[in-house]
Design a protein around this ligand. Structure first.
Ligand code: NAD
Ligand code: UDP
Length: 314
């Protein structure tokens, strides 16, 4: 049993991670400023003696004790991270320094939730961890992409300078229950639109691709990375099944039984054209690979959004 701090623990991925750690018998401190996270995501844990919620912003110094730290704090949807881009940069830079400082003082192992966005609009496909990326440093996504790149650099330099134990996971598009229905990401948008009978907003011609990992697979991968003693990473964790956005829209219509139409919206600037993880490293280093195919993961996700919609209407 260990004390584990999960920053961003009231968010979509963070809350599932808290569940898994509490289940396995750890003491979990969930720290969150509730910018995109919600108390409802951890409501069921609040009475558990192994769980504690702390409302705090990592841009300000954090004084707690922990054996391990998962740094998940950062808005992840393009709409959310572009809402206040300077704050997004501060979270991944000033916030990262604060969390690294905490890990250093506590001699805690730290796992940083990085992202496939460090590869930008990639010209290597699928993306391997030794690809350096193709990122526009002044575009609308740069607050997130460059912030996460600085965060990786900070982790590596703290590890080298101070002998700290860090782990870097590059997370590819992940979905599942508790992803905010209004956060603008493609899976939540399409399912909510399909359930409401509104046109599905395909940006551009829908030929851009993404690969979608179910949240239980992701949580399994990041815990494995944290708990092994050999490797710092970075390690890609994602599902290599690759779909065009149009295929995704059609699958959502089929699985929801919706008669909604496919609509078109302009493609946002710098939207990556294709994205798919090479997970050789995760397989070899962690013995990890995803188990949940897209259709299987969409079922409980659709059920979750049906419930949210019913709540909204009642
Ligand atoms: P999310 O927005 O649901 O969760 C992020 C959480 O961090 C929220 O609870 C938010 O309130 C909190 N937060 C934001 N800024 C904070 C700050 N300054 N101080 C304290 N808390 C703060 O997003 P998510 O999908 O759960 O993503 C979690 C992490 O995984 C993020 O770091 C994200 O960059 C990374 N990631 C996610 C995906 C994905 O597809 N879900 C892909 C790549 C990387
Ligand atoms: N997208 C879309 N319609 C939407 C939301 C997103 O066509 O309503 C597209 C978006 O342009 C991108 C892909 O879906 O090509 C994934 O977008 P998301 O915001 O989920 O994540 P990203 O991988 O771009 O960070």
């Amino acid at each position: 049993m260990a004390t584990i701090l999960v920053t961003g623990g009231a968010g979509f991925v963070g809350s599932h991670l808290c569940d898994r750690l509490v289940e396995r018998g750890d003491d979990v401190i969930c720290l969150d400023n509730l910018f995109t996270g919600r108390k409802r995501n951890v409501q069921h844990l609040l009475g558990n003696p192994r769980f504690e919620f702390v409302r705090h912003d990592i841009v300000h110094p954090v004084y707690l004790e922990a054996d391990q730290i998962y740094n998940m704090a950062c808005p992840a949807s393009p709409e959310a991270y572009q809402y206040n881009p300077i704050k997004t940069i501060k979270t991944s830079t000033v916030g990262m320094v604060n969390v690294l400082g905490l890990a250093k003082r506590c001699k805690a192992r730290l796992l940083q939730a990085s992202t496939s966005e460090v590869y930008g609009d990639p010209n290597v496909h699928p993306q391997t961890e030794d690809y350096w990326g193709h990122v526009n440093p002044i575009g609308p996504r740069s607050c997130y992409d460059e912030g996460k790149r600085v965060a990786e650099s900070l982790c590596v330099n703290y590890a080298n300078e101070h002998g700290m134990e860090v782990r870097i996971v590059r997370i590819f598009n992940t979905y599942g229950p508790r992803m905010d229905p209004n956060d603008g990401r493609v899976i939540s948008n399409f399912i909510m639109q399909a359930l409401r009978g509104e046109p599905l907003t395909i940006y551009g011609d829908g030929s851009q691709t993404r690969s979608f990992c179910f949240v239980s697979d992701l949580v399994d991968g990041i815990i494995r990375l944290m708990d092994q003693d050999e490797r710092m990473g970075p390690v890609n964790v994602g599902n290599p099944g690759e779909y065009t956005i149009r295929e995704l829209a059609e699958t959502v219509l089929e699985l929801t039984g919706s008669k909604a139409e496919l609509g078109r919206e302009p493609l946002p600037a710098d939207d990556p054209k294709q994205r798919c993880p090479d997970i050789t490293r995760a397989r070899e280093w962690l013995g990890w690979e995803p188990k949940v195919p897209l259709r299987e993961g969409l079922e409980p996700t659709i059920a979750y959004y049906r419930d949210r919609l019913a709540e909204e209407r009642s």
